[in-house]
Design a protein around this ligand. Structure first.
Ligand code: AMP
Ligand code: MG
Length: 407
């Protein structure tokens, strides 16, 4: 048997970030930037008001106070986006809204709260210093400044910055496209009636959404019966849009193990036994004219998901170009005892929480790899090393954190 680490090394060999592409801003979300982005204009682009109020010359209201306010004629109104340029002559003012350009001549903004909010003329009860409540052109970003560098992971705030500097497209590492199919003549689509011996296809939904959560664009192809010809035809049709192919089922030693039957003959996909629990049988290799990475995951839903987390997700993250590629491992106190098969690394379902500032993990459900309900009740895997067969309660153990979820 191969170890988990050996198999991970095998699947990661030759995997790197996908070739960069010009992506629209929203498509680039979650991707890695493949260029340095410089601002072509200042941010803000022009001096503008930070308040709703009046644009005035500070000198004209220098004497204003509660007991002796200054009254100024209001010669106009500038809203954000208004295109009528005004000039503020000495002794006059303009009503101004947040985000509106500061009219030439004015050098400060009086918030409307210091005034009677007059429209034809305004009573101002307080003096102001020059530049008060004015956002200066370029105070955020000056033209030519590099705002984001190549390699930056584009989250919502970086996408917002790109939009603010006027970019609608950027060069980025695209999301890997993952094609997901389930093998098994016992499978029907969720929502379809279950006749004798049939079960709903859980894996294609599970793996498609897991791939999406990992940052991929995932296509759920659905069910292929245990027929090698149909499997090969489907793969051939789907390869065109795939950076990675995921199947589940049909990789063990049964008579109708279709993935092994069909792909074993190609000679480019190896079927190995990995020293892990669950997830022992694994198919991995390259298929098609572009040597597209192919994973034949085991059919039991928990095995398929553990295999995804341990082997597929790191490959997808490497293709995206993001770090870290592996889930975080934390140390936690185990609440109950736990057994594990000798010679295999096991991934036991657990619920990780924080008690009095330290991590605590509670085993969830049984160890059967068909038990998808307990999988869905877990937010972590307790990782038991190959040489360990038993943990007592209160042992400190390694825990792989999955998506953060609250109960
Ligand atoms: P296999 O590896 O094809 O022998 O499948 C192992 C077990 O997982 C069998 O009990 C299958 O019925 C079950 N199984 C395989 N594929 C799926 C799937 N897509 N959804 C739910 N269960 C599955
Ligand atoms: Mg099967």
């Amino acid at each position: 048997m191969k170890t988990v680490d050996e198999h991970l090394t095998t699947v990661l060999a030759g995997i790197g970030p996908l070739a960069s592409l010009e992506l629209t801003l929203l498509d680039a979300h979650g991707c890695v930037l493949a260029e340095d982005v410089a601002a072509t204009h200042a941010l803000p682009p022009f001096d503008n008001s930070a308040m709703d109020g009046y644009a005035v010359r500070a000198a004209d209201i220098a004497s204003a106070s509660e007991s002796s306010p200054v009254t100024l004629p209001v010669v106009g109104d500038v809203a954000a986006g208004s295109e009528t340029p005004y000039t503020v002559q000495p002794g006059l003012c303009v009503r101004i809204m947040t985000g509106a350009p500061l009219p030439p001549g004015a050098d400060t903004v009086v918030p409307q709260e210091w005034t009677d909010e007059g429209l034809a003329q305004v009573v101002i009860r307080k003096s102001a210093t020059i530049g008060q409540h004015v956002r200066r052109a370029g105070e955020d970003v000056t033209p030519g400044t590099t705002v984001l560098t190549e390699g930056t992971h584009l989250g919502a705030t970086q996408i917002g910055l790109l939009a603010a500097v006027g970019r609608d497209r950027v060069l980025a590492r695209p999301r890997p496209r993952v094609v997901v199919l389930s093998t098994g003549s016992e499978l029907v689509d969720p929502g379809q009636p279950l006749t004798y011996g049939k079960i709903p296809d859980a894996n294609s939904a599970l793996l498609t959404t897991a791939a999406h959560e990992a940052g991929a664009i995932a296509f759920r192809v659905g069910i292929v019966p245990d027929d090698p010809r149909q499997l090969l035809d489907t793969l051939e049709d789907q390869l065109i849009r795939a950076d990675l192919v995921l199947t589940s089922g049909g990789v063990s030693v049964g008579a109708y193990d279709v993935v092994k039957d069909a792909l074993g003959r190609l000679g480019t996909v190896a079927f190995d036994r990995i020293a892990m629990q669950p997830g022992m049988p694994q198919g991995f290799g390259r298929i098609g004219p572009d040597d597209t990475p192919f994973f034949g995951l085991p059919g039991n839903p928990v095995s398929a998901y553990v295999s995804f987390e341990v082997f597929v997700r790191p490959v997808l993250r490497r293709m995206l170009g993001v770090e870290p590629i592996n889930r975080p491992i934390v140390r936690a106190r185990l609440t109950d005892s736990l057994t594990s098969p000798p010679g295999r690394r096991s991934f036991a379902r657990g619920w990780l929480s924080v008690e009095n500032g330290t991590y605590v993990v509670r085993p969830v459900g049984g160890s059967g790899s068909h038990l998808i309900a307990s999988l869905s009740a877990a937010n972590a895997f307790i990782v038991v090393p190959e040489e360990t067969t038993q943990y007592d309660a209160n042992t400190t153990v390694d825990v792989m954190m999955l998506e953060r979820r609250q109960r």
